[in-house]
Design a protein around this ligand. Structure first.
Ligand code: BGC
Length: 498
């Protein structure tokens, strides 16, 4: 890029894509545009809509904590607080080869994990992109595709040479299926509802582990489905494997959710199962569903309502829709569309490209927020390259400020969820580590800092005792560790509930 930052250049996005950048010296005069003052007035309006005060956050935490309790007390609640049948923490000594299959949101991943003990592991993996059709088509077909990818992976990586499977050898598989499933045992899971835009038919209400086993049989693979897990549960276990201070795991990615370790005696709804009350079991909260349908506690703007009403699951995943990567870009896009309709933005330009739902990727918010240039060259690049729109500096500053408001609200709401678990479990005084993963947490600039700032707004100085850190790969390594823990329990004759 020229030192003067005039003229044209290019910038490579985090995604690897290269975009053209054009800077102009007289952009304020080229096209009709909103004045700096108009943009500042609009920004004030959005500031009041998207800002969460510490007091409001504490109210949310209180309602959230009650909701978590309710989910533990009674079955079939909105926030289902799912017992996972993952009993206690790993010892760090789990060893052996395990397969992990990860069906999360955007990709399908197959991993071979070698656990070496002492918290060490090696991983070989392949990713497959899912098409929109596969997400909406018949569920059995989706699982057939998973089995097919697994087959290719096994043939490629374990067909010959050093890693070749021995005759009669059967590999344990951990299946990370990151959607709410109610479980009766660890290799069972009835899909409560699809989330994150998935909608494959004939799947909700059915045991996805059984469906997947059926697909596995078609390929006659030497694989045994040992555990069906959620990505948060995997993250909890994998993070604890390497950092035993971890007590909670959270995912802030395409979707959002949390898991933590609970005392069985404090889960009244499973009293009838006769599990030792002194035992511990991981709980998959499925907190993305907090405040669904009723919309009593969360501050929803009209843009959030539109996102919800036009989604494939109106009313559902109310908390997730304010936070997760699938929705943040769309929220910003809806604000821009409103200002286009009001005749404030892009006068005289064709805005059709921006009018397509979900076209504004959440990655653009990250990029806008991290633009280091005074002229906001990255923002220019995004709008010219992807939407064929010219922008003024005042508009670009407004877009960036708006991204900040939306990103900050997401992080502060995330802090409310973490605070609810911390309060419920009484972790504030002693403090705890929270293993966190997902594209938003890992790639959005300042997300973690904003979560920490939110925790201090809720708890005061003591909020500093709660620290999030980048988690180990829960869906791959965590899944393998859980498969290993389950195998060890079985080998030790603990058949009940494994
Ligand atoms: C799902 C959870 C998952 C989370 C993060 C949510 O939409 O319901 O099961 O843990 O996304 O992937």
């Amino acid at each position: 890029m020229p030192a003067s930052r005039r003229g044209s250049g290019s910038v490579t996005l985090l995604t690897g894509q290269t975009i053209a950048i054009h800077t102009r010296t007289q952009d304020e005069e080229d096209l009709p545009h909103a004045t700096k003052k108009t943009m500042a007035d609009h920004l004030r309006k959005y500031e009041s809509l998207f800002t969460l005060t510490p007091q409001r956050m504490r109210m949310i935490v209180e309602a959230f904590t009650e909701t978590l309790e309710l989910g533990l007390n009674k079955p079939n609640q909105i926030v289902p607080m799912i017992p996972t049948f993952v009993f206690g923490w790993p010892t760090g000594q789990e060893k052996g080869d395990f397969l992990a299959l990860d069906l999360g949101g955007t990709n399908l991943r197959v991993c071979l994990v070698t656990l070496q003990g002492e918290g060490k592991f090696e991983i070989t993996q392949t990713k497959y992109r899912l098409t929109e059709d596969q997400k909406q088509d018949d569920g059995q077909k989706l699982f057939d595709f998973c089995a097919e990818c697994l087959n290719t992976f096994v043939e490629t990586n374990m067909g010959e040479g050093e890693g070749q499977l021995k005759p009669g050898q059967c590999l344990p598989l951990g299946f990370t299926f990151s959607y709410p499933c109610s479980q009766e045992r660890i290799d069972h899971g009835e899909l409560i509802r699809w989330t994150k835009g998935f909608g494959a038919g004939n799947t909700e209400g059915r045991d996805v582990a059984a469906m997947f086993k059926k697909s596995l049989e078609k390929f006659q693979l030497p694989i045994q489905l040992t555990a069906l897990i959620n990505d948060t549960t995997g993250t909890l276990i994998a993070s604890h494997y390497v950092n035993p201070r971890t007590k909670i795991a959270v995912i802030f990615g395409t979707g959002c959710n949390a898991a933590y370790m609970e005392h069985v005696k404090d889960v009244p709804k499973i009293e009838n199962l006769g599990i030792d009350p002194a035992a511990e079991m991981a709980i998959n909260c499925e907190w993305g569903a907090f405040d669904s349908f009723e919309h009593e506690h969360l501050p929803r703007t009209k843009y959030d309502t539109i996102v919800d009403d036009t989604s494939n699951k109106p009313g559902e995943q109310a908390f997730e829709k304010l936070i997760s990567g699938r929705y943040l870009g769309e929220i910003l896009r809806l604000v821009l569309c409103e200002l286009i309709d009001e005749g404030v933005l892009f006068l005289g330009q064709n805005t059709y490209k921006l009018e397509r739902p979900y076209i504004f990727d959440t990655a653009f918010l990250s990029l806008m927020e991290s633009d280091p240039t005074d002229e906001l060259l990255m923002v220019i690049g995004i709008f010219t390259h992807f939407f064929a729109l010219e922008t003024t500096l005042a508009e670009r500053q407004f877009f960036r400020a708006l991204a900040k408001l939306i990103g900050r609200r997401a992080a502060r709401l995330s802090a409310c969820g973490i605070a609810a678990i911390v309060s419920k479990m009484g972790y504030l005084e002693e403090g705890c580590s929270v293993g966190a993963d997902g594209s938003l947490y890992n790639k959005y600039p300042g997300f973690a800092d904003r979560v920490h700032e939110g925790l201090q707004d809720i708890f005061g100085d003591k909020g500093r005792n709660i620290i999030t850190h980048h988690a180990e790969d829960g869906s791959g390594v965590g899944s393998a560790i859980i498969a290993a823990m389950t195998k060890n329990r079985k080998d030790a004759g603990l058949y009940l509930h494994v």
